[in-house]
Design a protein around this ligand. Sequence first.
Ligand code: ADP
Length: 402
Amino acid sequence: MLDKLIFVINCGSSSLKFKIIDPIKKKTLLFGLAENFHNNNSIIKWNFNEKKKKIKFYNKITHKFILNYLVEKILKKNLLYDSIIGIGHRIVHGGEKFINSVLITDTVLEEIKKASIFAPLHNPIQVIGVKEMKKILPHLKNKQVAVFDTAFHQTIPIKSYLYALPIIFYKKYKIRRYGAHGTSHKYVTQIAAKFLNIKLHNFNCISCHLGNGSSITAINNGKSIDTSMGLTPLEGLVMGTRCGNIDPAIIFYMFNELNFDMDTIYNILTKKSGMLGLTNITSDFRYIEENYFKNNDIKIATDVFIHNLTKYIASYSVLMNNKIHAIIFTGGIGENSTLIREKTIKKLKILNFFIDKKLNNIFKYGKIGLISTNFSIPIIVIPTNEELMISQETFKIIYKIK
Ligand code: ADP
């Protein structure tokens, strides 16, 4: 038997990511992804002992099917099954109820279901994931933990989370800023505090999680005090295919004057906007970076992205009286795009942020490091690892470790 392992499950709307992690050794033993659930070329890919495998299904599959497949055909075969001592579920929305990760009881499951109104594509499927795992691994039915994307942001003060709508929309309908990517922001904040040798409860930083979805968080004394995503992950920065901040009146214009129905508008704002919409080519920053100086549409789109990011960093800096210990870059773009980092930081000299070009070119592809000059407030690149964080939180909750 191996060490104590945690099975981390991330059920997306038409995909499922999984990892088997040793949270003590911080080691991933197996990881994989099943995707394209709703069409006829669904596939599961996984990596174990540095060997890659994949199976195609040629039919529609469900989360239930894949979880059973995973346990029966992959985990049992690779002898990992007996070492799993807990299951950590990524849960997208915890509403106002959950300020921390929790052991999943029937009451907790009910609350996760209730929060589905704010994450209709994710929470219901994640509830299915929890219920299914109870059946598949009954001996672990009381060892399942929910780790919420929203929990880290439950410390943001009311002035940051209220929208200026009639107050009934908050009081009765709970419409407010909840934020997202909390697990990632929390993880990189902890790593950055350690890296700079500052106690977490004294640590102030701005965390930029830039991936397909992007969000930025102001962290004061180790706690989130403001974040760019809102009621849903549509608000805030320009993203891969999401629009981020727009004038809400645009929606009425599209509806009343352009005669788009609501589903179409939602689809445009979430799937056809952002970098994909602006470039009309791609949301892939590898391509964007390569073509920044070659294609004017790409240049303009990237400048819009950088402009928005700069505004957020500057405003969060001011919120914290510029008494910050670091800016953190994480997520696929934050960890790798030297262009975005350089162009953004160059605009922030007035706030004492200076990038070191050489270091900026070194720290990418999974490396953690400082990319600022000696005169600058530290700027750190930190690869995020939400699954490791989920496994560690799950382990702590199961063993009641504070
Ligand atoms: P998700 O939000 O889906 O987890 P990721 O954090 O994986 O997204 O980030 C995906 C983004 O990171 C994509 O835009 C991708 O182009 C970008 N990215 C990945 N690798 C690089 C790279 N080497 N250089 C620039 N951008 C990159």
